[in-house]
Design a protein around this ligand. Structure first.
Ligand SMILES: Cc1cc2nc3c(=O)[nH]c(=O)nc-3n(C[C@H](O)[C@H](O)[C@H](O)COP(=O)(O)OP(=O)(O)OC[C@H]3O[C@@H](n4cnc5c(N)ncnc54)[C@H](O)[C@@H]3O)c2cc1C
Length: 386
């Protein structure tokens, strides 16, 4: 029996699973196991909505897997033995694999600045987002600092400001929020944040987080009753500890087919993978992660058939940013994620963003039937998004 073990049932782990299910139909020599700590799927790209008090659909992973033959294991991966080809679950037992799909994602990097781990909220999990939501509910007034002006920070600041108009929301960032966008889209983004009352301060360096605010590099203290940390992400040290070749950020270095360069029976996808394209190493998004997962699934099945996996190619399409529930900006991009000429804003951008972020269950059903439809778009590592 060929044992395929998928670690992590986030956006990419689920996509790899459903991609495999669609491709191995009828084969009784292949067995798939999916490991995740929770049975409920985390719609990570909507966690800023949870943090601002909104409820999301209850998407249960076992429901999605019903009838597929995939075994779901609820547990926490605590170690990998790449030589023995086993994975340790909850420090209690091991699972064996012939092929491993490593899809453990990333979390906010809370280790670089003192006080973050102790005093700041994160959007690392639905539970973490809920903790912030509960705290904000208890605040009748006061200040919320959102640290980090990347897309997660922008979306969070906008969402909190819209859902809690009585609170002052301050977005603190080294870079100008939306720096990666073109001038017009960025100007529109700032107008949207301004309309929602978000105070944007860029060029600032947060050097410490405290129980009552944050300290900046120039000595100023910004008082706050809640701090949300969104500056950059880090990955699990588990791949490095297992002896897999990783980059300077701990992501698994892959070959052109998304296999680990040091351990070719390990495929790495999504945020946890360092995947080189012509324009450089990809950065983690759902937009890019789901195609990596679908490609890995197709490659595993090719290998099972004794064929060589194909090269993965990917070009970015857009930078989609929600500004609360009623506004958004979509910067369309070149393949390397640099801004193109066009952008959308307002109602059409909201509709676009909601379409591409629509229930992942629909996306996974599509991924499952794609091979049956003979579609080749995913295999080309094409420009489909989540
Ligand atoms: C607020 C927010 C908004 C975002 N908006 C967008 C957007 O609009 N567009 C976009 O493209 N991207 C967006 N992103 C980024 C996107 O969510 C990630 O790039 C994407 O989730 C990466 O998918 P993944 O499968 O690699 O990781 P994840 O989706 O994080 O999944 C990882 C899974 O692994 C599990 N896991 C982790 N460690 C272990 C372990 N030790 N044992 C077992 N399981 C484990 C986790 O519980 C999780 O289920 C956003 C992110 C955030 C936080």
């Amino acid at each position: 029996m060929n044992e395929i073990l998928i670690l992590g049932a986030g956006y990419t782990g689920m996509a790899a699973t459903m991609g495999l299910v669609g491709r191995i139909k009828g084969r009784d020599d292949v067995h798939i196991t999916l490991v995740n700590p929770q049975t409920r799927f985390t719609e990570r790209l909507r966690l800023h909505q949870v943090a601002s008090g909104q409820a999301l659909a209850d998407l249960q992973i076992p429901d999605q897997l019903a009838g597929t033959g995939v075994d779901f294991v609820q547990g926490w991966v605590t170690g990998i033995d790449a030589d023995a080809q086993t994975v340790r679950i909850d420090d209690a037992y091991t699972l064996r694999y012939d092929t491993l799909v490593y899809a453990l994602g990333s979390v906010a990097d809370t280790e670089l600045v003192p006080g973050v781990d102790e005093f700041a909220y994160t959007l690392n999990s639905a539970q973490d987002a809920l903790l912030l939501a509960q705290h904000l509910d208890r605040m009748a007034d006061g200040t919320v600092v959102v640290a980090g002006g990347g897309l997660t920070g922008i979306e969070s600041a906008a969402e909190i400001a819209e859902q809690h108009p009585g609170l002052d929301v301050v977005l603190l960032s080294r870079q100008v929020p939306g720096a990666m966008m073109g001038d017009k889209a960025r100007a529109r983004l700032h107008a949207g944040l301004d309309r929602l009352g978000v105070q944007v301060r860029s060029g600032v360096d947060i050097i410490k987080v405290m129980s009552d605010g944050v300290a900046l590099g120039d000595g100023e203290v910004v008082a706050a009753q809640a701090v949300l940390w969104t500056t950059g992400v880090r990955v699990s040290p588990m791949a490095a500890a297992a002896g897999l070749e990783v980059d300077e950020r701990g992501r698994i270095v892959t070959d052109e087919s998304l296999r680990s360069v040091s351990h070719p029976n390990v495929y790495a996808v999504g945020d946890a993978a360092a995947i080189r394209q012509g324009y450089g190493v990809m950065h983690g998004t759902c937009q890019s992660g789901i195609p990596t997962a679908v490609h890995a699934a197709a490659s595993i099945v090719r290998e099972l058939k004794g064929k060589q996996p194909k090269k993965f190619r990917f070009g970015y399409v857009h930078q989609p940013v929600s500004l609360g529930r009623n506004d958004a900006v979509i910067q369309f991009t070149h393949a390397d994620d640099s801004p193109g000429r066009f952008y959308l804003a307002g109602g059409p951008a909201v509709a676009y963003k909601e379409t591409v972020s629509a229930s992942p269950w629909t996306t996974y059903r599509l991924i499952k039937v794609l091979p049956a439809l003979g579609a080749s778009t995913w295999r080309r590592g094409g420009r489909l998004t989540r």
